[in-house]
Every structure is written in C-alpha cells, then in structure tokens.
Design a protein around this ligand. Structure first.
Ligand code: 13P
Length: 337
C-alpha cells in the first residue's frame, strides 16, 4: 500500500470544490433509466448518453472523478477512443464499481448484504492497470418493522472494511458507501439513529482491518425523513442533523465525505449540500457523489437524440456547476435556470 499516493488521490478528488459523478448504474438499472425516455437498453445507448456527460466542455472544473460500471471502463467511443481516456485527458479520475450487488440475507430476507469479496484483490489489480484510481462498494441498510438488525449492520460493515483493505492493497482509493435508504415512512430522528449506529460500526471495522483513513472517501446518505414520512424535515434540519451525525461518527483523518443523493430531487440535493457547507468549516471536505441528482435533467434533455447533444452538455454543465458552488456554500436557488 502506497499511503502517500492513496491520500493524494483521495484528497485530490474533494479539492477545489469538485465532486464525483456516479455513472456506474448496472446494466438493468440503466435499462430503467433509459425506459424513462423510451430508449432501448443497448450498449450503444448506454455509451452515447455517458459519453455526452464526459464530453461536456468545462465539466472538469466541477467533477474530479467518475464512477464507472465495468462495461464503461474499457468501452470505446465511435472514433475508437476509450471513454476512460476522455476522462483522464481532462484530469478526471476514472473509478470503478467493484461490488456484485446487494442480495437478501439468508437469516433476514428483508435485509440485504453486499457481495463481491471473492477474487476482489485480483480484480482491483486489473482495474488499476485499466486506468481506475478509485473504487466503490455500496452497502444497503433498510429501515422498517424491526429492521435494520444488528447482524445486517455488522455484516455489511465488515464486508465494507474488507473491501476497503483489498482496494488499498491494490492502490485504489476505496469509496466506502453505507447507504441508509430513504424508502419508508420513518422519521428523520430514526434515520439519524440508524445512520449513526451504521457509521460507528463501519469505522470500527475499518480500524480492525487496518484501513488507512486518509486514503478513503466516505459516501453516506444525508440524515433525512423517509420518503413516505408525513413530516419532512426542513433544509436546515437536514443539514444540521447530518453534520451532527457525521461529527459524532467520522474521524477527522477522513479527507472527504461525498454524499449520495438517494432519491432527493436535483435541487434538494444541491440545497442540502450547500446548507451544510454554509454552516462553516468541518474536519472533512463535504462534497457530492451524485447519480440521479446529476443526471436526471441531462437524460431527459438528451432523449436519445444526437440533435440534443449541445443542450445536454449545457444542462449537465449547469447541474455540475451548481453542486460545485454548494461545496463552498455559494449556491443560491436564484442561479437555477
Ligand atoms: P444516487 O445519487 O442516485 O443515490 O446514486 C449514487 C450512487 O452511486 C448510489 O450507489
């Protein structure tokens, strides 16, 4: 493990108010996204939309890393250029999703455990050779009747830690993503409790595995009411409870926290990040690693048509810029178009 270079990549990703685009939807998930615009889930459509995002002029001012699905890491544009080379040529780090999905747990089938540890170190070595410099593993924690169980939190935390160690041994910066889902009618207070317990368990396991904290990024959910909860927290409550939860659970050696959007609208995800950064300095950089909250409008604008490329670039550029402004608390809703 080369600690110096891992720390350099991790802190570089969250430097200068930049963040991450999560474009690592699995092929079936990408199918659901393309269905929203009545497009078929072909390799060409997946590539053309993702290439439109990567080709956007100036997006490198706001985006420092892109998480790719395995297909995209080695995929070529029509002119033969590898998509990952387009990113590298702009100073954007290519990253790779390395988990094999969240599967129902034998002992508690309504809960999930993320798989993918078998042969992981060898795969990471190969991804590094192919240009990846960071990786992602997503654990999923569901809130519901009697869940999450301690066993689910513990098993996912343990797998996240083993993943993080394998990545660092192969010189990839691990993004550690324990996502407490927004699905359900739980209150923001319940989300807080579950998120805190999950994060504390994850950091205990990371320590047990000997993971080097300056060489990771944490990708958590924000502390937010369930999507079906009647009482939705206001913007400041989400920001304050999220920062409190992170302050209680995340060691200061972690260079950056890059939130997932988790089903928030594009503007909500930007507003919440902005409100947290407006609160003042934190021990870690607070940035974004959004999937839907960076891509939704761009996907609708593209609509599967080459003729819409210029407007797609403009829409994606705008969204990325708004989130970059939110990294310094300088976003305002009056800047929305
Ligand atoms: P969302 O921002 O759409 O939640 O996606 C981020 C991600 O990568 C989830 O693993």
């Amino acid at each position: 493990m080369n600690k110096e270079s891992l720390a350099k990549v991790a802190s570089g990703i969250v430097a200068s108010n930049r963040g991450i685009l999560a474009a690592d939807e699995s092929t079936p998930t990408m199918g659901k996204r393309l269905a929203l615009i009545d497009q078929e889930n072909t390799e060409e459509n997946r590539r053309d939309f993702r290439q439109a995002l990567f080709d956007t002029d100036g997006v490198e001012d706001y985006i420092s890393g892109v998480i790719l699905f395995e297909e995209t890491l080695t995929q070529k544009a029509k002119d033969g250029t590898r998509l990952s080379n387009i990113l590298e040529s702009k100073g954007i780090y290519p990253g790779i999703k390395v988990d094999k999905g969240a599967h129902p747990m034998d002992s508690s089938p309504s809960e999930k455990l993320t798989k993918g540890l078998d042969g992981l170190y060898e795969r990471c070595l190969e991804y590094y050779k192919q240009g990846a410099r960071f990786a992602k593993w997503r654990a999923v924690i569901t809130i519901g009747e009697g869940i999450p169980s301690d066993e689910c939190i513990q098993a996912n935390a343990s797998a996240l830690a083993k993943y993080a160690k394998a990545c660092q041994d192969a010189e990839l910066v691990p993004i550690v993503e324990p996502e407490v889902l927004m699905d359900g009618d739980h209150t923001i207070e319940t989300c807080y409790e579950v998120s805190e317990k999950t994060l504390k368990t994850v950091f205990k396991e990371l320590e047990n595995e000997g993971v080097y904290l300056p060489g990771i990024l944490l990708k958590p959910n924000m502390v937010i009411s369930g999507s079906e909860c009647k009482v939705q927290g206001d913007m400041m409550k989400v920001a304050e409870m999220t920062v409190k939860c992170l302050t209680e659970s995340v060691p200061a050696e972690v260079p950056g926290i890059v939130f997932l959007s988790g089903g928030q609208s594009e503007v909500e995800a930007t507003e919440h990040l902005n409100a947290m950064n407006k609160m003042g300095d934190h021990p870690w950089a607070l940035s974004f690693s959004y999937g839907r909250a960076l891509q939704q409008s761009a996907l609708k604008t593209w609509n599967g048509q080459k003729d819409n490329l210029e407007s797609t670039y403009a829409v994606f550029h705008h969204r990325a810029e708004m989130n970059s402004l939110a990294c310094s608390g300088e976003y305002s809703s009056s800047l929305e178009i």
